[in-house]
Design a protein around this ligand. Structure first.
Ligand code: AHM
Ligand code: MG
Length: 334
């Protein structure tokens, strides 16, 4: 018997979870499987990105005379189409669309979940073959089933998330998601085309020697943020040495933080006066995942990020997130 037959796939895992919770309706499991399917489709295109020049450049017409979409548009379409044909989602909001999209057919209208997403985060990394990702967040709608969803369904504080996750298209492709109970990581096995449970019950290490922030903007950060960053830079040989990492893709930074621990900061400053990253579909889902894995996520020294009440879909927010002990240090120093 092949070992692979013992590895649990995403579908098997979600079905097993259902069995363990007899009250569950299976809608969330179904939604996660639909997201997994869209992720596999996007993964195929992401892997081909390097041969775009052969197949035809994004924005131009390819050799078959079809127009080639940019990868982030392609990813957006895949996730929206998958959620639209799913019977578990009544509407979606995306970084790529100014307004949310209500699904008004009979099945969708009656489903209880809305999804917010960044379909392809860190897309400037595509040209240099560095990891990119998809981020998603799931809420139970506030408006009654059977009606079209409304903006208020999407503007709930992050504490109300039912589930959140990301897909990282890296040296391997992984889907990591959190529910209120746990964080689970699945790796795509290309030989069978399935996400397989590879990182059960992920926990963010409480301690680490990694800090991550865009140092290019250091001089523009507020004094208290600079003080915190300074703490992580060794001044003499007796100081603890922290390793600095900055990939330019939040999904990759958070993934590393979940596996190896660390602190990731994206502060507010001049050109990004409210922060750079988006509250509803970047920072809230990542904060939910990291908190469920035992880490901490703040919008500033006092404010837990998940408790913010979003006012707009595309609102930005500063974020400081990571291992418990490093976040304690950060709070002490700021
Ligand atoms: P995007 O959603 O347009 O791809 O941008 C978000 C990305 C984050 O993943 C990353 O943390 C950040 O931009 C990096 O920005 P910068 O290099 O300007 O600091
Ligand atoms: Mg993004």
């Amino acid at each position: 018997m092949n070992d692979k037959q013992n590895v649990m796939t995403l579908d098997e895992f979600t079905i097993q979870e259902l069995r363990n919770y007899p009250g569950a309706t299976g809608q969330l499991s179904g939604l996660l499987r639909d997201i997994g399917l869209a992720a596999k489709r996007v993964n195929v295109e992401v892997n081909k990105a390097g041969i775009a020049d052969i197949l035809g450049e994004a924005g131009k017409t390819n050799v078959q005379g079809e127009s080639v979409k940019k990868l982030d548009e392609f990813a957006n379409d895949q996730f929206i189409n998958s959620l639209r044909s799913s019977i578990y989602c009544c509407g979606v909001a995306s970084e790529e669309n100014e307004d949310f999209i209500p699904f008004k057919d009979e099945y969708s209208k009656n489903s209880k979940y809305v999804v917010l997403m960044d379909p392809l985060d860190g897309s400037s990394n595509i040209d240099v073959n560095v990891s990119i990702g998809t981020i998603f967040s799931v809420y139970r709608r506030l408006t009654p089933n059977g009606t079209a969803c409304q903006l208020e369904d999407f503007l709930q504080p992050g504490t109300q998330q039912i589930a959140a996750g990301y897909v990282i298209y890296g040296s391997s492709t992984m889907l990591v998601y959190a529910t209120r109970r746990s964080v689970q990581g699945f790796t795509l096995d290309p030989s069978i085309g399935e996400f397989c449970l590879s990182h059960p019950n992920l926990k963010c290490p409480p301690d680490s020697d990694i800090f991550s922030v865009n140092m290019g903007y250091y001089n523009f950060y507020e004094e208290n943020v600079r003080r915190a960053v300074d703490f992580f830079i060794a001044r003499n040989e007796n100081d603890k040495v922290y390793r600095h990492r900055f990939i330019g893709c939040m999904v990759a930074e958070i993934h590393r933080t979940l596996i190896q621990g660390g602190i990731f900061m994206y502060p507010a400053f001049g050109k990004y006066i409210s922060g750079r990253l988006r509250l509803c579909y970047e920072c809230n889902p990542m904060s939910f995942i990291v908190e469920k894995a035992g880490g901490v996520a703040m919008a500033n020294g006092r404010q837990r990020l998940l408790e913010l009440k979003p006012m707009q879909l595309h609102q930005r927010v500063p974020i400081f997130i990571g291992s418990k002990n490093l976040m304690d240090i950060w709070q002490d120093v700021t």
